[in-house]
Design a protein around this ligand. Structure first.
Ligand code: SAM
Length: 480
C-alpha cells in the first residue's frame, strides 16, 4: 500500500455511525472522516490488521469511486450514464491491487493458523485471534435472529437475484448478453497490459437507497456495470463463487462503489462461535459503559453472552456475570466463553432477572439487551417486567455505577421515566391499567416498596438505532 494511504469506507448499523467515526479517528489516527448515507468514508495508510480491528464496522470496503450523480429516470438514459461512469473510473485496477494485498494478508493469516493449530494439537499452548479466525470457518451460521436481519439487507442488495442472470453467471433475456459472452473471451486485455488483473471472477451487488429505489432497479445497475467491466478488463462474471465482490450504493444524489476486504463481515467475530445480538452494537454498549479494570459487570439477560464477550475483549481485567433464565441460552453462552478462553473472568448463572442473586451495591456496571416485549402477552406485562427488573438493577448497582440498556422504540420513554423518577404518574398508569381501577396512594407505596428507589438514575445519553426493521435505543444511565 502506498504511504499516503488508500481510500476506504465502512458500513455499519444505522445509528452507530458516530461510534465508528470516533473509533476510526482514535484507532487509525485519521482526522478527516466523512459520514454519507450511513457509510463512513476515510483515507489511511494503516495496515490490514489495524483496519480489520475496527469493532463498530459491519464491513470494510476499499473505495473504488464516490461521486455525486443524479441518474436520469429513463431506462436507456440511465444505462448510458452507468456505462459512461464505469468507463470513466480510473481506479478499478489500483483498487484491485489494494484488494489483492488484503487477500494476501488473509491467506498468510490462514497459513499461520494452520501452523498454530498443528502446534495446538501437539500440545503447545495457543490462544490467539488468528487461530479463532481460522476456527471460525467451521463455526455454524448466524442464528435465526441474525439470519433474518442479514437476509433483509441481502434481498435489498442482491442485484443478481433477478432473472436476467442465470446461475452460471451469464446474462440472459437481455441484449447485453451477446456482448458479454463474446467479449469476455476477447477482451482488449493487451491494452491494459496487466496480467495481475486477469481472470478475476466477480459479482456486483447493488443497493439502491431512498428514492433511488423507486426509480432504478439494482439489477439494471449491476448488469450494466458488470458488462462494462467484463468488456474493459476481461474480468469474468461469476455470481455463485466470485473472488471479488463489488458493492454499489446508489442514492438519489450519490454513487459509491467498493470492494469488501473480507468475504465475511468484520462484525462476524473470530472469537464468537454462537451468534446472538449484533457484536457491533454490543461493542458500542461496552464503550458507553466506560468499563475499567477491576469492574464487576453484570448482564442479567445474557442469552449467548455477546455483550460479556465484547466487554472482556474491550477491557481485559473486567469480571463478568452473565445470567439468563433459559438453560439452552446459557449453554450457548458457555460454549462461547469456552471458545474464547474467557472462563477465568466470567461466570454464568441461571436465574430470573426479576430476582438477581447478588448483594446490594455489588456491581459496577450493568449492560443489557432488554426484551422488546414481543413475547409478552400484553403491554402491561412488559411494563410490569421492566419495573421489577429495573428495581433489581437499581438494588445491585453501586452508587455512581452505570447501566447501559438496549430497548425498543416503544419502551424507551417508559424506561427513561422509571429510571429517572417520574414514578408517580407512571406507576399509577401501570397499576391502574393492570388492575383496571384507580390506584390509591397506598397501592402506589406498595409498588415503591417492591422496587425500592428505582428512580435514582441520571440519564447520561441515548442513541437511536435501526436494526433491520426494528427501531431501538441504547440508553445510558448513571446511578446517583
Ligand atoms: C433480547 S435477548 C438478549 C440478547 C443477548 N444480549 C445476546 O447477546 O444475544 C433476551 C434474553 O433474555 C432472556 N430473558 C428473558 N426474560 C428473562 C428473565 N425474566 N430472566 C432472565 N432472562 C430472561 C431470554 O432467555 C433471552 O435469552
Amino acid at each position: 500500500m502506498n504511504s499516503e494511504g488508500n481510500s476506504y469506507f465502512c458500513t455499519t448499523v444505522q445509528g452507530l455511525e458516530y461510534f465508528l467515526v470516533q473509533e476510526i479517528k482514535e484507532k487509525l489516527q485519521v482526522e478527516q472522516v466523512e459520514c454519507k448515507n450511513g457509510n463512513v468514508l476515510f483515507s489511511t495508510g494503516s495496515d490490514v490488521d489495524s483496519l480489520h480491528s475496527l469493532k463498530s464496522a459491519e464491513r470494510l470496503l476499499i473505495k473504488v469511486d464516490h461521486r455525486c450523480v443524479k441518474f436520469p429516470n429513463g431506462r436507456g438514459k440511465c444505462r448510458k450514464k452507468i456505462k459512461q461512469i464505469t468507463e470513466s473510473i480510473s481506479t478499478w485496477e489500483k483498487s484491485l491491487q489494494v484488494w489483492k494485498h488484503f487477500q494476501e494478508r488473509q491467506n498468510n493469516i490462514e497459513d499461520e493458523c494452520s501452523v498454530e493449530a498443528e502446534s495446538c494439537n501437539s500440545g503447545e499452548t495457543c490462544n490467539n485471534d488468528d487461530v479463532w479466525r481460522k476456527r471460525e470457518n467451521d463455526s455454524e451460521h448466524l442464528d435465526k435472529r441474525m439470519r433474518t436481519e442479514t437476509s433483509d439487507s441481502d434481498v435489498a442488495m442482491d442485484a443478481h437475484s433477478g432473472k436476467s442472470i442465470e446461475r452460471g453467471g451469464m446474462l440472459k433475456d437481455d441484449d447485453e448478453n451477446q456482448h458479454l459472452s463474446m467479449e469476455t473471451s476477447e477482451i482488449d486485455k493487451l491494452s491494459y497490459n496487466n496480467t495481475a488483473t486477469e481472470n478475476v471472477r466477480f459479482r456486483i451487488t447493488c443497493k439502491c437507497v431512498g428514492k433511488a429505489k423507486k426509480y432504478h432497479s439494482p439489477q439494471e445497475f449491476a448488469i450494466c456495470m458488470g458488462t462494462c467491466l467484463a468488456r474493459k478488463f476481461g474480468w469474468q462474471i461469476d455470481v455463485r463463487k466470485p473472488q471479488l465482490e463489488i458493492l454499489v450504493f446508489v442514492t438519489p444524489t450519490d454513487f459509491l462503489i467498493g470492494f469488501p476486504t473480507t468475504h465475511d463481515y468484520l462484525s462476524k467475530r473470530s472469537y464468537i462461535k454462537k451468534t446472538g445480538m449484533r457484536s457491533t452494537i454490543a461493542w458500542c454498549m461496552c464503550q458507553l459503559a466506560e468499563l475499567q479494570s477491576g469492574h464487576l459487570l453484570l448482564d442479567p439477560m445474557c442469552a449467548s453472552g455477546i455483550i460479556v464477550l465484547e466487554a472482556l475483549k474491550s477491557c481485559k481485567k473486567v469480571y463478568c456475570i452473565g445470567c439468563d433464565h433459559h438453560s439452552r441460552q446459557l449453554e450457548q453462552a458457555a460454549l462461547n466463553i469456552q471458545y474464547a478462553s474467557m472462563n477465568e473472568t466470567m461466570q454464568l448463572m441461571q436465574t430470573d432477572a426479576k430476582g438477581i442473586p447478588l448483594k446490594m451495591n455489588s456491581v459496577d456496571r450493568v449492560i443489557c439487551d432488554l426484551p422488546f416485549g414481543l413475547h409478552h402477552n400484553t403491554h402491561i406485562d412488559i411494563k410490569q417486567f421492566y419495573l421489577s427488573f429495573l428495581g433489581e438493577v437499581t438494588r445491585v448497582v453501586k452508587s455512581n455505577g452505570r447501566a447501559v440498556l438496549l430497548t425498543s422504540a416503544v419502551m424507551v420513554d417508559y424506561l427513561i421515566k422509571v429510571m429517572t423518577g417520574e414514578k408517580s404518574r407512571l406507576w399509577r398508569v401501570v397499576s391502574a391499567e393492570h388492575q383496571n381501577k384507580d390506584i390509591t396512594d397506598k397501592d402506589e407505596e406498595a409498588v415503591v416498596e417492591m422496587c425500592p428507589s428505582v428512580a435514582c438514575w441520571i440519564k447520561v445519553e441515548t442513541h437511536f438505532l435501526k436494526v433491520g426493521l426494528a427501531s431501538a435505543y441504547i440508553c445510558v444511565f448513571r446511578k446517583k
